[in-house]
Design a protein around this ligand. Structure first.
Ligand SMILES: [Ca+2]
Ligand SMILES: [Zn+2]
Length: 503
C-alpha cells in the first residue's frame, strides 16, 4: 500500500429534496470514495538503470549528473490559471540534454494517455513547447486520445519547476534533491502525490473538478507534499488524522503563501447545474484558509464533529434527484484547515517572511507521530531557534484563538527533566467529579492545574515528592459547563489534556 495525499473527494448524498426544502440530512455525505491507486513499477526505484530517452530517473540519482548539458526551451503556459490570464510564452530553463523531452532537474512530465506510463512528453520539432491551451471539458481525453491537449503536461512542468526554484530553493533555502515524476490526463477528479517514487498525478476532472493540470494551486499543493516528505515528514493513511491534518495543512499553507491567495482550487472546483434544487450557494473553492475562528477551531480537542467545506448542490439527471456533497469532511482535511488557518492568521500578523520560515522549521520537527499538542510546541521552538523567541506571545495568542492550548511551564523550582506519563482524566465529559492519574519516572514534586479557556487558573493542587503513579479527584460541581485544560507539571515538563464539563 502506498501512502497517498490528495485533493480529491467524491461525496454524494442521494436524498430527494422535496418542495424546495433542503433537509439537514441531505448535507451529510453518505459516501466517501477515496481513490487508493496502486501505482505501477515501484520496484524501479531500487533498480539502478542506464539512462535512456524517456527513462524515469529516481531520487537516488540526481538527473543533472546523467547529462553533461542542458537546453532551454520555449513554452506556452498559464502563469496562474485559465481564469486569470491567457496563455503566456515563457522559457523552460535547463531541460536535460537537448531538451526534446519535458524533463529537467526537478520534474519530468508526461501524459498518461499520449505518452504512456514511462515517457516524458516530447516537444514539437525540438525544444519548443508552445502548444495551444484547451480549457474545454478535458474528460473526453479519457476515451478519445485525439482531444488530449499537449499543453497540459507543459503547464505542470512549468509550475513545478518554478515552485521548486523560486520558492523552495531560492526563498526557503531547501535543497531539492529529487526529481518529481508527474503524469497528466489521469482519469477522475483532483490530484495526488506519493513520496514513493516522488509521483504526482493530475486528473482530467469529472463531476466536482476541472482539469487539475491547469490549476496552479493544486500543482503546488501536491508538490509541497513531496518536499515535506523529502524533509522527513510523510504521514500516510496509517497515521493518525491529526498528523495527516498537519500534512494537508502545510501543503495548503505553502501553496497559499506562494500564490499570496488563501483559496485553494478556486478555478478547478466545479459543480454541475442544480436546476430547480434549492439550497445554500456552492462554495467557490475546494478549501480556504480564511475561516471563521468561532467555527473553524480545534476547541481544545473538541472540534465541531460536523465540520465540512466545499459544498456542491446538483441535479442528477439520471436519478432525477438533487444531490448535496462536500469536498472536505474527513477529519484530516477539515482539521488541517484549522491548522492552516492558524498559520494564515499568523502570516497576517507577522508577515510571510517570518511565518514561512516558522512553518518550514516546525514541519522539519514533525514526525509521523506528531499530534497538534506537540506541533504547537514545534512552532514555538522554531521561533526560539530562528528569532530568539520574539514572537512567542503572538504565536500563543493565534493558537489560542483557534482553540489550541500551549502549556506554559511556570513550575521552575525544579530544573530537572522529569518525564510525566500516562496522564489520564475520566470521565470526560464529566459532571460531578473528574479523576486524574499520572506517573513520573523520578522522585519529584508535581502539581495539577485547571485553566478555563480564557487562560484563568481555576484550581492548583500540589503533590509532595513522590515517584510512580499518583491519582486524585477534583470536585467540579461548582464549575460552569464548558471546556477546561488540565495540566500536570513536574520539573521542567508540563502535559495537558482538555476536559469537558457538562451539567
Ligand atoms: Ca488559489
Ligand atoms: Zn494533500
Amino acid at each position: 500500500m502506498i501512502g497517498l495525499t490528495s485533493i480529491q473527494s467524491q461525496a454524494q448524498a442521494s436524498l430527494p429534496l422535496e418542495a424546495g426544502v433542503l433537509p439537514a440530512s441531505a448535507l451529510c455525505p453518505v459516501e466517501w470514495v477515496n481513490q487508493i491507486a496502486q501505482l505501477e513499477d515501484n520496484q524501479m526505484a531500487f533498480v539502478p538503470v542506464q539512462p535512456r530517452a524517456g527513462m524515469p530517473y529516481r531520487s537516488f540519482r540526481r538527473p543533472g549528473e546523467l547529462f553533461s548539458f542542458q537546453t532551454d526551451a520555449i513554452a506556452s503556459v498559464f502563469l496562474t490559471d485559465p481564469r486569470a490570464s491567457r496563455a503566456t510564452e515563457v522559457v523552460l530553463e535547463g531541460l536535460l540534454g537537448d531538451g526534446l523531452r519535458l524533463e529537467g532537474p526537478y520534474v519530468r512530465v508526461g501524459s498518461e494517455r499520449l505518452d504512456g506510463p514511462i515517457d516524458a512528453a516530447p516537444g514539437k520539432n525540438g525544444p519548443d513547447y508552445r502548444f495551444p491551451p484547451d480549457t474545454s471539458v478535458a474528460l473526453h481525453c479519457s476515451t478519445d486520445v485525439s482531444v488530449c491537449s499537449r499543453f497540459d503536461a507543459v503547464n505542470v512542468y512549468y509550475h513545478v519547476d518554478q515552485f521548486a526554484r523560486k520558492f523552495w530553493i531560492e526563498r526557503m533555502g531547501v535543497p531539492i534533491a529529487f526529481q518529481a515524476d508527474a503524469k497528466v490526463h489521469v482519469v477522475g477528479d483532483g490530484a495526488f502525490a506519493s513520496a514513493e517514487g516522488n509521483v504526482l498525478k493530475f486528473r482530467l476532472g469529472d463531476i466536482f473538478m476541472k482539469n487539475a493540470a491547469l490549476s496552479d494551486d493544486l500543482i503546488y499543493h501536491e508538490y509541497a507534499h513531496l518536499v515535506a516528505a523529502s524533509l522527513g515528514f510523510n504521514p500516510n493513511s496509517e497515521h493518525s488524522a491529526e498528523t495527516r491534518a498537519l500534512s494537508e495543512a502545510y501543503a495548503d499553507y505553502f501553496t497559499a503563501t506562494y500564490t499570496n491567495d488563501p483559496r485553494i482550487g478556486e478555478w478547478v472546483v466545479t459543480c454541475p447545474d442544480r436546476q430547480a434544487c434549492m439550497g445554500p450557494p456552492n462554495d467557490r473553492e475546494i478549501r480556504t484558509l480564511v475561516l471563521d475562528p468561532a467555527v473553524w477551531s480545534w476547541k481544545f480537542g473538541f472540534p465541531n464533529p460536523d465540520l465540512e467545506y466545499g459544498f456542491c448542490l446538483r441535479y442528477h439527471q439520471l436519478d432525477g434527484k438533487c444531490k448535496a456533497s462536500y469536498n472536505n469532511f474527513a477529519n484530516h482535511y477539515v482539521w488541517g484547515m484549522i491548522w492552516a488557518a492558524t498559520l494564515w492568521d499568523l502570516r497576517a500578523q507577522l508577515g510571510a517572511d517570518v511565518v514561512d520560515r516558522l512553518a518550514l522549521e516546525a514541519l522539519k520537527q514533525h514526525t509521523t507521530e506528531t499530534q497538534f499538542s506537540e506541533a504547537t510546541l514545534h512552532v514555538l521552538a522554531a521561533d526560539t531557534q530562528l528569532f530568539g523567541g520574539q514572537h512567542e506571545s503572538i504565536i500563543r495568542e493565534a493558537f489560542w484563538v483557534r482553540g489550541f492550548y500551549i502549556p506554559i511551564n511556570n513550575n521552575q523550582e525544579s530544573p530537572f527533566d522529569i518525564a510525566i506519563s500516562h496522564l489520564e482524566v475520566w470521565p470526560n465529559p464529566a459532571s460531578n467529579v473528574i479523576r486524574v492519574s499520572f506517573e513520573s519516572d523520578q522522585i519529584s514534586a508535581a502539581s495539577i492545574q485547571l485553566h478555563d479557556v480564557l487562560g484563568r487558573q481555576i484550581l492548583k493542587r500540589d503533590f509532595p515528592h513522590l515517584v510512580g503513579a499518583r491519582q486524585t479527584s477534583i470536585d467540579i460541581n461548582g464549575l460552569p459547563g464548558g471546556i477546561y485544560i488540565l495540566s500536570v507539571s513536574s520539573g521542567t515538563n508540563t502535559v495537558s489534556l482538555p476536559v469537558s464539563v457538562i451539567h
